[in-house]
Design a protein around this ligand. Structure first.
Ligand SMILES: NC(=O)CCC(=O)C(=O)O
Length: 276
């Protein structure tokens, strides 16, 4: 089985209406012209990511404007859509949340960012997401045919154990909508995607917004890494759609040749043993 994945590296502007229209137009192109059956949008794709406007752009899930637009696009074009992330409002709290829509327009998964980013990053930019959002506490997966897909959002990509938990849950593909700062992106973005792919012998996709002069400038360079750790598709920093074939046969080959999951020494990893 092969999944054709399209990463939409969308250019986010101030107007939510324009971002939603742009996203839906690009979903149509990804499906109709590039023949993708799985389309991914970036973190905070419907509005710029700024602390002071989060309340204004927040929406309920699944009742809000963005969910309606994504559900309609998924149904109209007959494609799975990983709806990046949006600011979700629920019970007086805000979450950074990814929704996934099936080709009938049905909501097939909802994931709330688990690891919130509190960091001074490279030194020039500081993010304090725990002051803005409530953290999620659930894994979220969905399936296309026999292939199980796990979800994370940006900062989650730095947590190796989290990705490996998805592999333990049977996932073969890990998707992270992400908005990474440029200096840390230059150093870590590709390395993290390769690390998560190699650790878990899985396909890994990071989907960023295009670079703009936002407060948190997105790195861009959305990419797909195969289970060998090779980058099989990579974007520039501008708005574009990149498409890659995820050939599931490759997973079996890698896992048979390098059977590290059968060779794990779980008895050694909890540091219950002494050392000398
Ligand atoms: N959106 C985020 O979680 C920021 C993460 C980031 O910039 C990084 O370097 O990681």
């Amino acid at each position: 089985m092969t999944i054709k994945i399209a990463l939409i590296q969308l250019r986010v502007v101030d107007s939510k209406e324009k971002n939603l229209k742009n996203a839906c137009d690009l979903i149509r192109i990804a499906k109709k012209e590039k023949e993708a059956n799985l389309v991914v949008l970036p973190e905070c794709f419907n509005a710029p990511y700024t602390a002071d406007t989060l309340q204004d752009v927040a929406e309920e899930i699944p009742g809000g404007q963005t969910c309606r637009a994504l559900s309609n696009a998924a149904r109209d074009f007959g494609v799975h859509v990983v709806g990046g992330s949006i600011v979700e409002s629920c019970g007086g709290r805000l979450y950074n949340t990814c929704t996934v829509w099936g080709p009938e327009g049905d909501l097939v998964a909802t994931y709330r960012k688990v690891h919130l980013c509190d960091s001074s990053l490279s030194g020039k930019t500081t993010i304090a997401e725990t002051k803005l959002f409530t953290a999620g506490s659930q894994y979220a997966t969905f399936s296309i045919g026999d292939t199980r897909i796990g979800l994370g959002i940006c900062w989650d990509m730095r947590f190796a154990e989290f990705a490996t938990a998805y592999r333990t849950l049977g996932c073969d593909v890990l998707i992270y909508p992400a908005l990474c700062d440029v200096p840390t992106g230059e150093l870590h973005w590709e390395l993290l995607a390769k690390a998560r792919a190699l650790d878990n012998q899985a396909f890994v996709a990071f989907c960023s917004p295009a670079r703009t002069h936002a407060k948190l400038i997105p790195y861009g360079h959305s990419l797909v890494v195969d289970p060998w750790g090779q980058v099989i598709q990579r974007a520039t920093e501008f708005q574009e759609i990149v498409v890659a074939d995820l050939k599931m046969q490759e997973l079996a080959d890698v896992r048979r040749r390098i059977p590290v999951f059968e060779q794990k020494r779980a008895d050694m990893y909890e540091l219950k043993v002494g050392y000398s």
